[in-house]
Design a binder for this molecule. Structure first.
Ligand SMILES: [Zn+2]
Length: 422
């Protein structure tokens, strides 16, 4: 079936090279006025002046955008969307002065989610995550990365990734699974003198072969942070993962500048994520690499941190920057990706164009799919989002509000709020 999207106030194409955008490239939204988008089956076949496309695609089913803003579907390249119970009690504990590592040391934080997840069935986790991902999709996200990392045992990590595989089958949105067995050293290992080495051996010798052979994850990720995994331990897990055929990502320099960005660059990781505490040397290393810097300003906001990742310094150094929600029960319980764009502009001092490119093309690059996702351009997957408003700058402006009216993934309607097709 051919669809013709017409009468948008603006078409934000983000059209350009099929790779992460850097520096001044990030300011180019490929904004078109008076343009239509033609979709044949799962793919975009044309973007051009509406009058011309109306002639060429005379038999197409029309989708009247009613003066709203048509964009590529948002690409959320960092979430922990499979989890059990919410952890709302920790917000007050932090307000009362306990920090992230103190809460973890007392058995809260990630450990609390691990205890909870281990006690739940696959079906139960599937039902919870499906509901949450539908809410995420309702804000304009059409591609979502989902990490494991609340299992931290062979069976429970496999359980999480099998839930992600089922979600990928059942939801219209595109889902990319990442194995984060190295999210934390589980408490049963932390209590043993040889526990760290034993857990790393479990990751590399037992979990990784299973996950690679069952093709349950496209990427491996490690939480590289003082008190969690060291740079050397992270290198060991990521090198083995790369050897097993997985792409690699890294939680780097979130709380302290520990050399995570430098490691991500040296290993050629597809992304280095967080980076709120990245050093000047880390920025320089990323600028020399192909690694995308994925910034998660919602996390710093929710944790009440006084500072944010140095987005301007990263962009000016030529590092490609992506934005993502970090949706998770402890430090960023939001499904509202446009709100992250608001923070990108008001906290990270990005322009609207940079924030939108960071949430589309560069998010896709952080997942290795920039050749087919993240742009409205011929040959790209027909993943689109429609937002209320007459100017794309309204998307981050009306902060916290849900402006998304509809989304399409692979040419099929995903969410439709008040928009009739045809
Ligand atoms: Zn994370």
């Amino acid at each position: 079936m051919t669809l013709l999207f017409t009468d948008a106030a603006q078409v934000v194409t983000c059209a350009g090279p099929a790779r992460a955008r850097r520096g001044a490239e990030m300011a180019d939204l490929g904004l078109r006025v008076g343009a239509a988008v033609a979709v044949d089956g799962e793919r975009i076949v044309a973007v051009g002046p509406q009058r011309e496309l109306e002639q060429t695609y005379r038999d197409a089913t029309r989708v009247d955008c009613r003066g709203a803003i048509l964009t590529p579907g948002l690409v959320d390249s960092h979430t922990h969307a499979v989890f059990g119970r919410a952890r709302y009690e920790e917000q007050e504990q932090r307000a009362a002065g306990a920090d992230y590592l103190a809460i973890a040391a007392a058995g809260g934080g990630i450990h609390a989610s691990v205890r909870d997840l281990r006690a739940r069935s696959e079906d139960e986790l599937f039902a919870l995550a499906e509901r949450r991902l539908r809410r995420l999709a309702a804000f304009g996200t059409t591609t979502v990365e989902v990490k494991s990392g609340y299992g931290l045992s062979l069976d429970d990590e496999l359980k999480m990734l099998r839930v992600a595989a089922r979600l990928a089958e059942s939801l219209a949105m595109r889902l990319i699974p990442t194995w984060l067995g190295a999210h934390e050293i589980p408490l049963d290992f932390r209590g043993r003198p040889d526990g760290r080495r034993a857990y790393i051996a479990l990751l590399i010798d037992e979990m990784l072969p299973c996950i690679a052979s069952e093709r349950l994850a496209r990427f491996a990720d490690v939480f590289c942070e003082p008190g969690v995994f060291t740079v050397d331990e992270s290198r060991e897990v990521l090198t083995a993962s790369r050897g097993a055929g997985l792409g690699i990502k890294l939680h780097a320099d979130e709380l302290a500048p520990a050399g995570g960005a430098e490691l991500a660059a040296a290993l050629g990781a597809i992304s280095a994520d967080h980076l709120a505490a990245v050093s000047a040397a880390g920025i320089a290393a990323l600028a020399q690499s192909s690694t995308v810097a994925t910034l998660l300003p919602g996390t710093m906001l929710f944790l009440g941190k006084p500072s944010q990742a140095p987005a301007r310094a990263l962009i000016e150094a030529g590092v490609p920057v992506a934005l993502a929600t970090d949706f998770n029960p402890g430090t960023s319980p939001t499904v509202n990706f446009p709100l992250i764009l608001t923070l990108g502009v008001s906290q990270l001092r990005m322009s609207v164009a940079e924030a939108v490119v960071a949430a589309t093309v560069n998010g896709a690059a952080a997942l290795g799919i920039a050749d087919r996702v993240g742009q409205l351009a011929p040959g790209y997957s027909a993943d689109l989002a429609l937002f209320s408003g007459e100017d794309v700058r309204e998307v981050p402006y009306w902060y916290g509000e849900r402006l998304c009216r509809a989304t399409w993934v692979r040419g099929k309607a995903c969410h439709q709020f008040d928009l009739p097709v045809g």
